[in-house]
Design a protein around this ligand. Structure first.
Ligand code: BG6
Length: 472
């Protein structure tokens, strides 16, 4: 990310009053503004179906920033940001109404709307004079619902836009800790040497959320944990963790290596997947409802709120190494972390000492909320007899850098305005990620129930067994 403001352009948020716009986009734009990283000239146009005027949209943005911005609203600077905010009502004005407000030759059009409406919206956009040339289009995951719908979306996009105009956001790729994976792997020779099947026994990846579906029952019923998190966020980050070193850090060099890695992912089989759904429970003294009792959810819903999978990557580097990936809502705590579990050392040396097993070395990459990398190894306990215990070496972002990183959306919106594709998913990788999960989407195993506030159904332990899930 260059620390320069991007060239002048207008920003159009389609779905400008929705959840994503309020929680993420408007606060991100505001923080970019505070950092001097918005284009010097250009309007920020909210486009949605509701009746509203510019004043109403400014109030909505102000409330959203109060509630969700990482930095508080600064009264003295608010006016300069607010005067850029404009609103166009979708049903009356349509895109010609938006175009009339776009005074810049370039624009960023962000589709912050349900993915089921992407194709229709892109067709409307294509039909409005002057809304294709000079446009950079940002689409949010999920990119489709399965392989067929993802291909239909890709075709609609490609019928109107050149790939260089398209930015597919997977916000995990904008997280500072995820971006550090490339530096950690390829800037440190010591780790790259052991990053392969010779040294690594298996890899675990957990994305746990303590929240439930938070009023998004209808969206979630269509999506489920497999499509919401595993198929995109987790596979994208996994590609960074496992790809070969790119020739440079240029966007296409990195995206080419990721694409090759996606090609090497073996499509899943039904035995590789476990699905779970939470039931009601008391969590921290508070009663939380079962998923099936959430608003917008069918009483007999078979949608998974938890999914675990076992994945293989058929390459020389990774052949035979299992990757265990899991995600769930209503887990005991919010945590996203990767555990690289190395092969155990032989124990024969310790024969007769009372030490009959050695825990493997383990490298833990905590992505959130803790931002840390920890290496676990064995040390001799300072006692008379021979006794070994795991201890840790730790790097923490907080302690080492003492800086608050930008939100993923700030980084990604800035890069899209700057035309930098490095952190965005490319069409071929997205297509392959769907190919990987497609066989199980067609033959989903039934959901196993788990109590809210626990680590998911027993099937997930059986999937990884005899190994155990590891969390710091
Ligand atoms: C979104 C999912 O993509 O990611 C949500 O749709 C999920 O269901 C969210 O809660 C998690 O994002 P983060 O950045 O809080 O881990």
């Amino acid at each position: 990310m260059s620390l320069e403001p991007p060239e002048d352009q207008d920003i159009v948020i389609v779905g400008g009053t929705g959840d994503l716009a309020r929680r993420k986009l408007l606060p991100a734009l505001y923080n970019l503004y505070l950092d001097g990283l918005l284009p010097p000239q250009g309007a920020i146009i909210g486009y949605a179906r509701g009746e509203m005027d510019d004043g109403g949209f400014r109030t909505l943005a102000e409330d959203a920033i109060h509630e969700f911005s990482r930095r508080p609203l600064e009264r003295a600077r608010w006016g300069g940001f607010a005067e850029r905010l404009r609103y166009v009502r979708g049903t009356t004005g349509g895109f010609p109404g938006v175009k009339a407000l776009c005074a810049q030759p370039r624009r960023l059009v962000y589709l912050a709307i349900p993915s089921s409406t992407f194709c229709a919206t892109i067709e409307t956009l294509a039909a409005a004079a002057g809304m294709v040339e000079g446009t950079r289009l940002v689409v949010e995951k999920p990119f489709g619902h399965d392989l067929a719908s993802s291909r239909a979306l890709a075709e609609t996009i490609q019928a109107t836009f050149d790939e260089s105009q398209v930015f597919r956001i997977d916000h995990y790729l904008g997280k500072e800790t995820v971006q550090n994976i490339i530096v950690f792997r390829f800037g440190n020779a010591v780790f790259e040497r052991i990053w392969n099947r010779d040294c690594i026994d298996h890899v675990q990846f957990t994305v746990a959320e303590s929240i439930g579906v938070e009023g998004r029952g209808e969206f979630y019923e269509e999506t489920g944990a497999l499509r919401d998190i595993l198929q995109n966020h987790v596979l994208q980050v996994l590609a960074l963790l496992t790809m070969e070193g790119p020739g440079s850090l240029k966007a296409e060099a990195v995206r080419d290596e990721k694409a090759k890695l996606f090609q090497a992912m073996r499509p899943l089989e039904p035995a590789d997947i476990v699905r779970g759904q939470y039931t009601g429970s008391l969590v921290d003294g508070r009663r939380v409802p079962a998923y099936r009792k959430e608003p917008g959810v069918a009483a007999n819903s078979q949608t998974e709120t938890f999914a675990a999978m076992r994945l293989f990557i058929d390459s020389w580097r990774w052949g035979g190494v299992p990757f265990y990936l899991r995600t769930g809502k209503r887990m005991p705590r919010r945590t996203t972390q990767v555990a690289i579990v190395f092969r155990e050392a032989p124990v024969h040396l310790f024969a007769g000492t009372g030490v009959d097993a050695l825990k493997p070395n383990l490298l833990n990459i905590s992505i959130q909320p803790e931002e840390e990398i920890t290496l676990q190894f064995l040390a001799k306990e300072p006692v008379q007899e021979m006794s070994v215990r795991p201890v840790e070496m730790q790097f923490s972002y907080d302690e080492s850098f003492k800086a608050q990183p930008a939100e993923a959306y700030e980084r990604l919106i800035h890069d899209a305005m700057d035309g930098d594709h490095t952190l965005f998913a490319r069409a071929d990788s997205v297509d392959r990620a769907w190919q990987v999960v497609e066989p199980v989407l067609k033959k989903l195993p039934p959901v196993e129930l788990y109590r809210a506030g626990t680590w998911g159904p027993k099937g997930a332990d059986d999937l990884i067994g005899p190994r155990l899930w590891h969390l710091r």
